[in-house]
Design a protein around this ligand. Structure first.
Ligand SMILES: Nc1ncnc2c1ncn2[C@@H]1O[C@H](COP(=O)(O)OP(=O)(O)OP(=O)(O)O)[C@@H](O)[C@H]1O
Length: 562
């Protein structure tokens, strides 16, 4: 995908702000749970050693040793750890799911007004993967990165502080070990893996986008004899992906394993410092294993930090890709919702439109009165479809004005216009699902009777009745189970169901024989006799139904004799 012109940035701060209190709750629970684990081993170490000392010390020492408080403490920490871990999972997963949900809604709202640049510049598979996978990666950020890092910092401080109450030197070694394991290894992971993760994301993106395009264009690939080449290409991308994934995985694994010598070294140094303090009479014997086990447990909070750094690198990639997608320039200015005008005449005055330095429209002017039927003809590439895109505000003109019912089009959105304007596209799209589902997409409240009525009008009812499942017949991907002519008539039925005041028809008779095309236009106009019609056509059949025909020539509209 091309980078957007403006400097792209994406910030997840506003999303995190919305779930800040859940995150604080998750942090408290995660920290308490880790501290309970620390407390459990810290106390257990002391308890076991003290019990052994009491055992060796004979009956008097045995009687003096009160087993009850430490046993209660051990149970308390063990139980508390399980409960807080469970609650922490509930809270933090809830935060991640909410975050991903908010991001998806936001992403979708950003994609809709960018549909024109997206269609031109992005690959469908790539957009899909950004919308699904990247939002998930960004949504998981608090769970995968924020929480482990903040829990590690908070708990390390508390654990070192507790150790310092008993032995300053032992606490010092613990601090050194935790800093090495919690800072040095993640920094090394960032250096070792970031580039590989970027490459991995690039290969995955290519593989997904290629696969989706290949599946959609399978027939063309086979007819061009390109199947072998495409397979080889996919296999090559997959090999490159496997290679970088394996490399990245190995590096992260090696860094994770490097923690073991750091842990062992720290525990030994803590034990040595504690023993020295014991010999100096500053520490009791059972407190030596207590500090050793405490140091060992301390590493539980820094252990996930290598993975957190890898997750951070993935997040950075996802955020960059999100910025590139969601900051694409919007082709129309966003407006506040204005009520649809009561009138429905469409006027364009002196409209110019330029693409890639080439003027497609230069001073195009038209006025489609209420109830009028107007055709626009012109050579291929003259800008006819561009006129339609301007009329429904998919695009804004470079200059000139367009109004609908006297209201400047710049005050209306495409969505609002769709309440009055029905568009039959040059290449209608049918969604995977049943015919019924596609009709309901056009007119959600349409009754069974209305659906059959519309199909009858466009001459499709008999064919649908003959299908075993009738309206519940699956259309297949992109309407594969229908013929080109059937798809066009189905699209006409969708427009009729909406009962628009203005019908905009782009090549409505294409892929139909002349007689069938003429019948279709005649039937549509009889079904909605009061609707205005703007009909783009290369073909002669629609012309006899029109009040006026304009020809688009050199970017301007001129009257044409029929
Ligand atoms: N969004 C766009 N970005 C860049 N160029 C565009 C865009 N839309 C249209 N064009 C270009 O503008 C010109 C007019 O395209 P348009 O689709 O409006 O022609 P048309 O008259 O409908 O053609 P046809 O009859 O072949 O469908 C073409 O050269 C096309 O490449």
């Amino acid at each position: 995908m091309n980078a957007p012109t403006a400097k792209a940035s994406f910030s997840s701060k506003p999303f995190l702000y919305r779930i800040r209190w859940i995150l604080v709750g998750g942090l408290v629970l995660a920290s308490v749970s880790s501290l309970f684990t620390f407390g459990l081993l810290f106390l257990s170490g002391w308890f076991l050693a003290a019990a052994a000392v009491a055992g060796w010390g004979g009956a008097a020492a045995h009687a003096a040793f009160n087993i009850f408080p430490p046993a209660c403490g051990v149970r308390f920490f063990a139980l508390g750890r399980i409960v807080t871990r469970y609650l922490e999972r509930l809270v933090t997963h809830d935060a991640a799911l909410r975050n991903t949900g908010d991001l998806r809604t936001w992403s979708f709202a950003r994609l809709v007004p960018r549909s024109v640049p997206l269609m031109l510049r992005a690959r469908s598979g790539d957009v899909l993967s950004r919308f699904v996978k990247d939002t998930e990666t960004i949504g998981q950020y608090p769970l995968d990165v924020l929480l482990p890092c903040s829990t590690a910092v908070l708990c390390s401080l508390v654990m070192v502080g507790v150790a310092a109450l008993f032995c300053g030197h032992a606490a010092g070694w613990m601090a050194v070990g935790l800093t090495l394991g919690g800072l040095m290894l993640p920094v090394a992971a960032g250096r070792a893996c970031s580039r590989l993760i970027a490459e991995e994301v690039r290969h995955t993106e290519k593989l997904r986008a290629d696969l989706l395009e290949d599946l959609q264009g399978m027939a063309d690939i086979i007819f061009c004899g390109a199947a072998e080449r495409k397979l080889a290409e996919a296999a090559q991308t997959q090999r490159s992906l496997n290679k970088v994934s394996a490399q990245q995985g190995k590096r992260a694994l090696m860094l994770r394993h490097l923690l073991t010598p750091i842990v062992m070294g720290t525990v030994l140094l803590v034990l040595a410092a504690a023993s020295k303090a014991h010999l100096a009479g500053l520490l009791s014997g059972p407190e030596i294993p207590m500090l050793g086990l405490g140091a060992l447990t301390g590493f539980e909070v820094v252990q996930p930090l290598v993975d957190a750094r890898v997750a951070q690198a993935r997040y950075n990639q996802a955020a960059q890709r999100a910025a590139a997608l969601y900051n694409l320039p919007v082709p129309v200015d966003e407006v506040a919702k204005a009520p649809l005008p009561k009138r429905y005449d469409l006027a364009m005055a002196d409209v110019t439109m330029r693409f890639n330095g080439h003027d497609v429209l230069q001073g195009a002017t038209l006025h489609l009165a209420e109830g009028e039927r107007m055709a626009i003809t012109g050579p291929s590439g003259a800008g006819k479809t561009t006129l339609i895109r301007l009329a429904v505000r998919f695009l804004d003109p470079d200059s000139g004005s367009i109004s609908f019912g006297g209201t400047p089009l710049s005050d209306l959105t495409t969505e609002e216009l769709s309440g009055s304007v029905g568009v039959m596209l040059q290449h209608p799209h049918l969604f995977q699902g049943t015919l019924r589902r596609n009709l309901h997409l056009a007119a959600p409240g349409a009754t069974e009777e209305a659906m059959w009525g519309a199909l009858e009008t466009v001459g499709l009812a008999a064919e649908v009745r003959a299908m075993a499942e009738g309206l519940d017949t699956p259309c297949g991907d992109h309407g594969q189970s229908l013929s080109g002519g059937q798809i066009r008539r189905f699209a006409a039925a969708q427009v009729l169901l909406r009962k628009p005041k203005v019908m905009i028809l782009d090549e409505p008779t294409e892929s139909l024989p002349p007689q069938a095309g003429e019948e279709l236009i005649g039937a549509m106009l009889s079904a909605l006799p009061e609707a205005s019609v703007l009909c783009i056509t290369h073909r002669a059949e629609p012309l006899r139904f029109m009040n006026r025909v304009l020809r688009l020539k050199n970017g301007a509209l001129v009257p044409q004799k029929t």
